[in-house]
Design a protein around this ligand. Structure first.
Ligand SMILES: Nc1ncnc2c1ncn2[C@@H]1O[C@H](COP(=O)(O)OP(=O)(O)O)[C@@H](O)[C@H]1O
Ligand SMILES: [Mg+2]
Length: 520
């Protein structure tokens, strides 16, 4: 039986019978909405959008809670539609007013009232928060949203539009993990390529028949940890059958060989660990592949750490052979897409190699830098990258908000830190190279932060992929990647502590041998 029919078709008749139109406030309001900029395909086709226990049928202007129509005003409805179309992203107040009132002039207080009505209606039914206010810029829909007609038909995972480089071995290793384990987490810093690698491995697992079906659940937009099981249910395209999402998932999955990709779990790891364990317990043939900056610490979890793309070291300077390194290949590929005629030559290759090193081989950083080639030529770009510029290079407007700049990516991690962790993080920025625990304890601790706590905080920062572990001669030490360090230095400056911490570092250097490898 077709997945879509099984999930939705059988219930369609009863549902439509019970359906009533959302109450319109007035006839003019219809005209006003029609005057607004055209909605995306949502308004024009018969697709159904689900979030939590709610379903929205845009073509009929209906909002249902289960099978019961919810009566919300047409302005609140217009606002809701604009928000779910852009779920996870801030929608400006102007856009919302235009969508709900068209060109009729209204004051901001009208929008606030519509938002309040909408929140009240959604919260009264579930107790959950769906609409967040975002720093006076606008509003954001914070629950996972599924476009039922699309997700129900999709058995595979999306494939990236751009070329993937340098991860063949990694993907094969991950495929091995998928064949032997039921819960695997790809762990690494933001922008390192976790989602890219997970989706590639998932698709390969499908084509090799290690699994029969796969679904992607974007958890990065889920702020309420209680909504994780529901997000999985929604992404599986399951309508709400019972009050228990896990029960509904059990019914659908039964013995099916599903791969559930839980993407972007870092902000709610504990809830994801719970949900993953519950799903695996009720679905004996299912597997979970998660991506997160931090391990879930779930039962039976297999961690797959992802490092940077291969980079040439400085001995390759001046050689076109650098193109054999994945980071250089990525830069060249994205640069050629941006600047007609861009090529790796004896002249450009060494500069590209330097840029890749400056950006620590992080694919997101490399893509962002390559996209700036329309404004700056290579030598200028590499100079700029030594400063704060690297943090604020703007990416594609269609990129995830947390991937639009490296600062946004780092903010995403920084937001998860406790006060103590953020103090240690910013103070560690005075180390230019790898550092050992002893040095860190000396420099970081003070009256407020006990020396004995520093090691465990560093271990936690390392688990969150905010600080990296050294390799080669720096084995057993830690370091901040250079863009991360620039970011952390900014935080140290803002805190007013920079001079004190630098003084401590100077004293430490005087008193100690160079055994900790402080590279300043
Ligand atoms: N191996 C790769 N080859 C090409 N592009 C990549 C590769 N890895 C990541 N990217 C690109 O870098 C960006 C960040 O990757 P993503 O997988 O979203 O990172 P993460 O999930 O770790 O935050 C995306 O635009 C992605 O297309
Ligand atoms: Mg990701």
């Amino acid at each position: 039986m077709n997945f879509m029919t099984r999930t939705f078709g059988g219930r369609q008749a009863t549902r439509t019978a019970a359906v009533l139109q959302v109450q319109m406030q007035s006839a003019t309001s219809n005209r006003a909405v029609a005057d607004a900029p055209p909605a995306t395909s949502l308004a024009s086709d018969d697709s159904e959008v689900s979030f939590g226990p709610f379903r929205l049928i845009p073509s009929r202007r209906l909002l249902l809670h289960g099978d019961t129509p919810l009566r919300i005003g047409s302005r609140a409805y217009g606002v809701l539609l604009a928000l779910v179309e852009n779920a996870g992203q801030v929608v400006s107040k102007e856009t919302l007013m235009l969508r709900a009132w068209g060109r009729v002039h209204v004051e901001e207080c009208n929008l606030r009232t519509a938002i309040a009505n909408l929140r009240r209606a959604l919260k009264a039914s579930t107790g959950h928060v769906y609409v967040a206010t975002d720093q006076r810029r606008g509003y954001r829909f914070v629950a996972p949203v599924t476009f039922a007609s699309v997700s129900a038909l999709r058995r595979g995972l999306r494939t990236p539009l751009s070329k993937i480089v340098g991860r063949d071995d990694e993907i094969v290793r991950l495929l091995d993990d998928i064949s032997c384990h039921r819960l695997i987490t790809v762990v690494g810093p933001g922008g390192i390529g976790k989602t890219t690698v997970a989706l590639s491995a998932g698709n390969l697992a499908l084509s090799r028949k290690l699994i029969s079906e796969a679904v992607l659940v974007d958890l990065s937009t889920v702020e309420d940890p209680n909504l994780v099981p529901d997000a999985i249910r929604v992404s599986l395209g399951i309508g709400r059958q019972t009050n228990d999402p896990i029960k509904d998932i059990e019914t659908l999955l039964s013995n099916r060989r599903f791969l559930i990709v839980l993407d972007g779990c870092e902000k709610i790891v504990a809830a994801v660990a719970d949900a993953a364990e519950s799903v695996l317990a009720v679905a004996p043939n299912a597997k979970v592949l998660a991506t997160s900056r931090e391990p879930l610490r779930a039962d039976g979890e297999r961690i797959h750490r992802l490092g940077p793309l291969a980079m040439p070291d400085s001995s390759y300077l001046g050689s076109i052979q650098t193109q054999n390194f994945a980071s250089v290949e990525l830069f060249a590929d994205r640069a050629a897409a941006r600047v007609r005629g861009f090529e790796l030559t004896e002249a450009t290759a060494p500069i590209v190699a330097r840029i890749c090193r400056q950006l620590d081989g992080i694919p997101l950083a490399i893509e962002l830098a390559a996209s700036r080639l329309d404004a700056f030529d290579l030598p200028i770009l590499t100079e700029l990258l030594d400063g704060h510029f690297s943090l604020h290079m703007l990416g594609r407007v269609t990129a995830l908000p947390r991937h639009r700049t490296l600062a946004a990516s780092l903010d995403w991690s920084f937001d998860t830190l406790t006060d103590e962790e953020s103090i240690v993080f910013r103070r560690l920025s005075v180390f230019q190279g790898p550092f050992g625990f002893d040095a860190a304890r000396e420099i970081v601790s003070d009256d407020q932060l006990a020396s004995g706590d520093v090691s465990s905080i560093i271990a936690r920062l390392s688990a969150k992929s905010i600080i990296s572990t050294g390799t080669g001669h720096a084995q057993g030490k830690h370091l901040l990647l250079s863009v991360t360090r620039t970011y952390a230095l900014g935080k140290l400056e803002q805190s007013g502590e920079k001079n004190i911490v630098l003084e401590r570092l100077a004293r430490f250097r005087e008193g100690m041998s160079k055994q900790d490898g402080i590279g300043a």
